[in-house]
Design a protein around this ligand. Structure first.
Ligand SMILES: Cc1cc2nc3c(=O)[nH]c(=O)nc-3n(C[C@H](O)[C@H](O)[C@H](O)COP(=O)(O)OP(=O)(O)OC[C@H]3O[C@@H](n4cnc5c(N)ncnc54)[C@H](O)[C@@H]3O)c2cc1C
Length: 496
């Protein structure tokens, strides 16, 4: 979104209309929590192609990571079909004229137009070093910063607020879940899960203890939406392939279980295609349990509501999302589900100078005949809303009329593993290879920047010639372990 705003200011052209057909590269990255200091912005029309800095506008992007993650590629990153680096887009490169603050918005006092940020440096200052940063040290030009007592908290003043912090995993008070569950929303979780699954094969192959072996080869996924089904489909495919390289493991020894509370999976692709997906997964000996819940997972035993018990070392929780908790630390209006109440123009209801988009925003769905419906939290809406938000924000600064967000849901595509998929797009249903191909083509067209598109495409082409990687690099998560032993600190006994 920031890139879009920047592009608008650069071109100095009047806002016309939202255009969904523009390349994603225009979008750059979705907004996390951003502010635009626009009070002294001159009329862009009066300048020819000015830089953002020349306009007097400062765009600050606050994000806990210096990159944007294209989440629909996480399952393929987990399966090793795409390198994890290529599912993220470096903010500093694509938003080179914005100021990037790596940190987390902790609270927002919109009445005072002030956001309180905890920067990445916060973890460093507790080591005893004194941080004496000032506003000018931190690279601010127009924005007022004040440093907190530890020097790592910023109070960022703004004129316009764009709030798009997305969603977080929605957990339930299931005993043992917090101790043993693994999420699947970030690139770090995708890499970690891949390493973990491959490591379980190594554990199973290295033990004669049947209990350890069975638990290592049992993989439980809870939640049959996009994230759960695609992650399970891709990882099962990878693990079955990897099994062929172990002299003492057979693919049929692995137990993959999908637990879904409702009577269907992948509601986004419709009932018929959801049923096909269940048949496809069951055909691969994946145990799909509908109308079943996870009751507990204490001591690494998954106990399901149908009474079955499954000792396992892998429990992936993908049972839905809820809006980011930072929304509760603002003075902005939220609906009963905790999303920001928005108008179709993407302005936050009854709140001047505040905008929202994506999973965190309850945007009215103008294409739905039923009153009171809001846009579903998915990438399809998030990316389109970000573009329109950029257009509308520029239009409002110029005193021009705003445009309503209106996008009829086009349907969905989902991968179920290599060469397997399911899709329902504009009423057309596809399954198997054509659906999988459509999934790849669609997401390749959506992932931001030409750089990432080319890298992902070349990886897919190369994977047609070479076999998948089957190595677990779990030790990457503890890069100092080897040196600690060498230095006499002793090995770390951490359960994996
Ligand atoms: C595995 C997986 C597969 C998916 N597949 C599909 C698919 O095939 N099709 C589809 O349409 N949708 C899919 N989705 C959903 C889609 O990815 C999301 O709906 C979309 O990413 C939402 O965009 P967003 O910008 O609102 O939030 P996000 O993409 O989550 O971005 C929010 C950003 O805000 C940052 N942030 C959070 N809190 C703060 C804070 N306090 N301060 C500063 N920054 C903060 C986060 O770190 C993040 O970078 C999938 C999701 C997952 C997890």
């Amino acid at each position: 979104m920031q890139k879009k705003l920047k592009a608008e200011l650069k071109r100095g052209r009047a806002h016309q209309n939202a255009d969904d057909t523009r390349a994603d590269a225009d979008t750059g990255a979705p907004a996390d929590a951003a502010s635009a200091k626009a009070a002294e912005a001159p009329a862009p029309e009066s300048r020819s192609a000015p830089d953002v800095a020349d306009t007097g506008v400062e765009i600050v992007v606050v994000s806990p990571e210096p990159y944007m993650t294209y989440q629909p590629f996480l399952p393929e990153a987990g399966a090793g079909s795409i390198s994890p680096r290529h599912v993220v887009v470096p903010l500093r490169r694509v938003l080179s004229e914005c100021r990037i603050v790596v940190g987390e918005a902790r609270s927002i006092d919109h009445a005072a137009r002030r956001a309180h940020i905890r920067t990445i440096a916060a973890d460093q200052t507790s080591t005893g070093s004194s941080d004496s940063r000032t506003a000018s040290d931190s690279g601010s030009t127009n924005t007022t910063d004040t440093t907190g007592a530890d020097g790592a908290n910023l109070a960022l003043d703004y004129d316009e607020l764009v709030l798009a912090p997305g969603s977080v995993s929605r957990t339930l008070p299931v005993p043992g879940l917090a101790d043993h569950g693994i999420g699947f929303k970030t690139v770090e979780e995708a890499i970690g899960l891949r390493n973990h699954v491959l490591e379980q094969l190594d554990i199973a192959s290295s033990t004669r203890n049947p209990e350890i072996r069975d638990a290592a080869l049992t993989f439980v996924f809870v939640g049959g939406g996009y994230a759960g089904v695609e992650a399970l489909g891709e990882l099962e495919d990878m693990a079955r392939h990897a099994c062929g390289y172990y002299h003492n493991l057979r693919p049929e020894e692995q137990k993959w279980i999908l637990v879904e509370a409702t009577d269907r999976i992948l509601p986004e692709v419709g009932e018929e295609m959801g049923k096909y997906a269940v048949r496809e997964l069951r055909g691969r000996r994946i145990d799909v349990r509908l109308e079943t819940r996870l009751d507990s997972c204490e001591d690494r035993v998954a106990v399901l509501s149908d009474g079955s018990r499954h000792p396992c070392r892998t429990l992936v929780w993908t049972a839905g999302v809820k809006p980011s908790p930072v929304l509760a630390a603002t003075d902005l209006p939220r609906n009963e589900r905790g999303r920001l109440r928005c108008r179709a123009t993407l302005q936050i209801e009854g709140t001047p100078n505040a905008w929202a988009a994506g999973d965190a925003a309850a945007v009215p769905d103008l294409t739905n005949d039923e009153p009171g419906q809001e846009c579903a939290p998915n990438a399809q809406h998030a990316v389109r809303q970000a573009r329109l938000l950029g257009d509308n924000l520029v239009a409002s600064l110029r005193g021009k009329p705003l445009v309503d967000y209106e996008h009829a849901y086009a349907g969905s595509v989902a991968s179920l593993g290599l060469h397997k998929g399911v899709a329902r797009v504009y009423g057309r249903k596809l399954k198997g290879y054509p659906a999988w191909l459509m999934h790849r083509v669609y997401h390749l067209s959506r992932v931001p920047t030409v750089n990432r598109k080319m890298r992902v495409l070349s990886e897919w082409v190369l994977s047609g010639f070479f076999k998948r990687e089957i190595v677990s690099l779990g030790s990457l998560e503890h890069p100092r372990a080897e040196f600690e032993i060498a230095a006499g600190g002793g090995p770390r006994t951490e359960e994996r």
